[in-house]
Design a binder for this molecule. Sequence first.
Ligand code: SF4
Length: 427
Amino acid sequence: MTSVDLLVQAAPSATCDSGLAQGPWDFDTVPGYGPGASLDDTAPASSPRQGALPAQYREAGDDELSDRIAAARAALGPRAVVLGHFYQRDEIVQHADFLGDSFQLANAAQTVPDAEAIVFCGVHFMAETADVLAKPGQTVILPNLAAGCSMADMADIDAVEDAWAQLTALYGDEPDADGRAPVIPVTYMNSAADLKAFCGRHGGIVCTSSNAETVLEWAFERGQRVLFFPDQHLGRNTAKKLGVPLDRMPLWNPRLTLGGSSAEDLRDARVILWHGFCSVHKRFTVGQIEQARAEHPGVRVIVHPECAMAVVDAADEAGSTDHIRKAVAAATEPTTFAIGTEINMVNRLAAEFPQHTIFCLDPVVCPCSTMYRIHPGYLAWVLEELVAGRVVNQVTVPDDVAADARVALERMLAAKPKPATTGSEAR
Ligand code: SF4
């Protein structure tokens, strides 16, 4: 029985979607993200689809799949490395060589030069990034190609090119007296490789939730303004922390001329925020924080910066998944934590640190739809295919895109995260 099954069976009325009781393969032929937090988001027609998973993997029990994964890993030895994101289910995480957030996994992918195959248990943009950073001859595999990211899909290259053309027409392309460009593009790691390449071509950079502050400072040294995509919340929360007033952060709606803002507001902007969001972190509310404080006096509330600004402001702390994990691990006294991030990670923290009381701010069980798509059945399948000498579900980024994306990623890897923010600093 999987961790998601356990959650569904334990509290069937408290899940956001009854489809969570089904195997992810039940949704492979259906367009969309599948059950979970981004169920209502619109998946682009061009999203990769996953072909049918062979029946032997769909029908195998959990113990059998675990044994088969372990046997395949033993047969492959150092030829294959398995990377697992914090939001993956426990049945996947237990087989991962590296567990981390997108920043840590981007680094980890570079530390395994001898591995012929990097099996990325995360979502599509992460596998693309691993391929961009991989050594020649290394193969990157995503166990389920339908594991995309609804936030990443909210900005595509055509819409960003169009926004850039409009902004260039408005600002011109001459630097100011200090040599700063009119606008610097910054893309969140949660974006397609062609958007990272766009940033590489236009003097921009990639950021993660771990190093967004450092990256924005980097961009402000080089530009008068920043175009930040696709997550408006990470952009707003980070810029606010750096002292940028809210009225200098207009929103860019790609469906509207000038993003729906006036030319005057855009000229005065410091950060132009793309109209994107994460459906997992959108679920957290100030009301949930108030309820947690009422029911658990002294509770320490930590949320991810993909949450809305009001939620970040109401929390005690905000930080990346790595920050959240380190904050819990560093607590020396038994503490009650209310955490605002994906449920699989919160449950794992609760199991790992039994001296603390740890719960998810959202009382409804609603995992990330796309992380949910990676099931041990798919992992067993791709690994056993590798043992047999066959590569399935390879993710490749074209050479020209990879070259430009690498420029923006290498700038990011050089931008080390700042020490974590705690307490009232995050407010
Ligand atoms: S948690 Fe949100 S940002 Fe992360 S993969 Fe899922 S949808 Fe994308």
